[in-house]
Design a binder for this molecule. Structure first.
Ligand code: PXP
Length: 237
């Protein structure tokens, strides 16, 4: 059974819309764990548009499973990770104007810089994942910079219009997962996944963990967070 990391950024987005205290991302993380989440994922963006530094500090203490901190690959962000020591850091590309993370990290084009940052995190005992598009060049680069894991960007698969396009994006994910597995990288996947499109991915046995946020939080509005997480976990069996 694949693991499920629940991204609670969207809870913080709702809180920030009014600048108050609710809903609380920490309370959401506790409920997600009660529903069977294997990990909690947060993205501390440089513009702090949803998750705040305080959330990170509290979640580091409260999360019982595993805290995956997504962040831009910069020295400033790495310093924050070295102070708080999440279980895993996932480097993601960040553009200020984007609504959500668009496209994967260009590891191949930034090998030296990314490797230096990974070395710093490894020295603190923090494992590192790289959020990349399902492309062989990026997978090989992830191996060369000594990442522990990759997270395959499933956005193109999730946004595919029509079966032909979805088939082609699915095939890219299959090939990428196999290649990464052969290079002994732990393979995670995420972005844009929901209760429908995640089913097909379950046939890719190399993927060990899915990181899912928006669809779970959206479903939670109707059925509650614990149940929304449990329903997604059931699909990953
Ligand atoms: N994985 C990564 C690296 C992400 O940046 C995001 C979005 O924050 C997700 C997974 C979750 O995506 P979604 O909210 O579309 O499920």
């Amino acid at each position: 059974m694949a693991r499920l990391g629940v991204n609670v950024d969207h809870v913080a987005t709702l809180r920030q819309a009014r600048g108050g205290k609710e809903p609380d991302a920490v309370a959401a993380a506790v409920l997600a764990e009660l529903g069977g989440a294997d990990g909690i994922v947060i993205h501390l963006r440089e513009d702090r548009r949803h998750i705040q530094d305080r959330d990170l500090r509290l979640l580091r203490e409260v999360v019982q499973t595993k805290l995956d901190l997504e962040m831009a690959a910069t020295e400033e962000m790495v310093r924050i990770a070295m102070d708080t020591k999440p279980h895993l850091v996932t480097f993601v590309p960040e553009r200020r104007q984007e609504l959500t993370t668009e496209g994967g990290l260009d590891v191949a084009g930034n090998r030296e810089r990314i490797k230096d940052l990974i070395t710093l995190l490894h020295q603190c005992g923090i494992a590192v994942s790289l959020f990349i598009d399902p492309e062989l060049e990026q997978i090989k680069a992830a191996r060369r910079v000594e990442a522990d894991c990759i997270e395959l960007h499933t956005g193109r698969y999730a946004n595919a219009t029509g079966l032909k396009e979805q088939d082609s994006e699915f095939e890219s994910l299959v090939q990428a997962a196999r290649a990464a597995y052969k290079l002994e990288l732990v393979v995670n996947a995420g972005h844009g996944l929901n209760y429908r499109n995640v089913r097909r991915l379950r046939t890719i046995s190399e993927i060990v963990e899915y990181n899912i946020g928006h669809s779970i939080i959206a479903h939670a509005i109707s059925v509650g967070l614990e149940r929304a997480v449990r329903e997604m976990k059931d699909l990953l069996r």
